[in-house]
Write a protein that binds this ligand. Structure first.
Ligand SMILES: NC(=O)c1ccc[n+]([C@@H]2O[C@H](COP(=O)([O-])OP(=O)(O)OC[C@H]3O[C@@H](n4cnc5c(N)ncnc54)[C@H](O)[C@@H]3O)[C@@H](O)[C@H]2O)c1
Ligand SMILES: O=c1ccn([C@@H]2O[C@H](COP(=O)(O)OP(=O)(O)O[C@H]3O[C@H](CO)[C@@H](O)[C@H](O)[C@H]3O)[C@@H](O)[C@H]2O)c(=O)[nH]1
Length: 327
């Protein structure tokens, strides 16, 4: 059996990745400490509860399954939290990843797929962001991800660790079958907060800033459907098994949506009013973050066909209305 060790497999993106891996013929082994993940989201393969900081536990899981690859989603990723407690992010994300990478190398598991973020590019408003853009993170979360990218390069040089790094833009949507979905506690992301406001589970959405230098004054982001995102990871595994070398890919569609456009589309999809009011800018938000790269499409053959705003909101709304979801 071809096992893939999926750290963070009980989380939002990792649980969707497990479903995609199973569909592609792999057996995903979730390694997760449930700090922000959910036991119920582990549905597609074995669950091994454990912490990245526990090297002994990692070694025993590598020995038990002998995975052919690692997909590393486990991380803390709240920008507000990392501003208050950067040490938490350096310890959990960077020290945790070092343990994982050393355990993988020790076990001879030399194929590694890593979740990075466009937050590593930092505050480069209105710049075309491709994989060669300078990485200038403005917070400990982005800095922790850049450090892990550097670590992967060093371990390739020393130990032959082949890796694919994916820098995600904004991830949204849910499994169209409703088996898994987005379930962050606390929730900070635009789409689920807006759907909560629409069905009365939370107060009105606050639009963070209406005086940006954009056509309607609100921030612009590049949204990618979680199912398209995890398909890229399956293609990344194939890329590594075909021995095409280590590579970095942006995962975004290249199309930007303003906050107001997302609100309008949500109204259209749900046919309900979106309770919202205008508030001040949120510290740390960039004006516009849109991928300027087609590398994943050209080289991996990635086709993000679900990543229309209408489809992402339709799938997220279905998940919101399912019995699984409680705000
Ligand atoms: N959601 C987004 O829009 C987005 C954008 C860019 C990058 N990312 C990255 O994608 C990855 C997954 O994000 P998500 O939205 O699914 O987050 P999530 O919080 O839903 O999932 C993260 C999972 O990692 C687990 N985890 C955290 N620290 C751990 C540790 N020390 N040991 C074991 N398990 C641990 C958590 O319990 C959780 O299940 C993260 O690395 C994140 O930085 C997400
Ligand atoms: O209540 C809200 C929440 C968000 N927004 C706006 O909506 C946009 C998207 O915000 P959010 O969903 O919080 O995502 P980002 O802050 O863009 O960050 C996400 O996308 C990054 C990559 O771009 C990842 O690194 C982060 O982990 C992930 O949270 C931004 O302009 C926010 O200002 C609001 O107006 N009101």
């Amino acid at each position: 059996m071809a096992y893939v060790l999926v750290t963070g497999g009980a989380g939002y993106i990792g649980s969707h990745a497990c479903k995609a891996l199973k569909a592609a013929g792999y057996t995903p082994v979730t390694f997760d400490n449930l700090v922000t993940g959910w036991r119920d989201a582990v549905k597609f393969g074995p669950f091994e509860q454990g912490d990245l900081l526990d090297r002994v536990r990692l070694d025993s899981v590598f020995a038990q399954y002998e995975p052919i690859a690692v997909m590393h989603f486990a991380a803390l990723s709240l920008v507000g939290e990392c501003m208050l407690d950067p040490g938490l992010y350096w310890r959990n994300n960077v020290a945790g990843s070092l343990n994982l990478i050393e355990a993988a190398v020790a076990a001879g598991c030399l194929n590694f797929v890593f979740s990075s973020t466009c937050a590593t590019y930092g505050d480069q408003d209105n710049v075309v962001l491709d994989e060669d853009s300078a990485q200038m993170p403005i917070n400990a979360y982005g800095a922790s991800k850049r450090a892990i990218e550097d670590m992967l390069h060093n371990f390739e040089t020393a130990h032959g660790l082949r890796h694919v790094i994916f820098r995600y833009f904004n991830v949204a949507g849910a499994d169209p079958d409703g088996e898994v979905g987005e379930f962050h506690r606390p929730e900070t992301h635009l789409v689920p907060l807006m759907l909560d406001a629409i069905d009365g589970k939370r107060d009105a959405l606050t639009i963070f800033g209406t005086d940006y230098d954009t056509p309607d004054g609100t921030c612009i982001r590049d949204y990618v459907h979680v199912c398209d995102l995890v398909e890229a990871h399956v293609l990344g595994l194939k890329w590594l098994s075909d021995e095409r070398g280590s590579r970095v890919f942006n995962l975004g569609t290249g199309t930007g949506f303003s906050v107001r456009e997302v609100v309008d589309q949500s109204h259209a999809v749900t046919n309900r009013p979106v309770p919202c009011h205008e508030g001040p800018r949120r510290p740390g938000d960039c004006t516009k973050l849109v991928s300027g790269s087609t590398r994943a499409m050209a080289e991996l053959g990635w086709n993000p066909h679900r990543s229309t705003m209408k489809q992402m909101i339709t799938d997220a709304w279905r998940w919101h209305q399912s019995g699984h979801y409680e705000a």
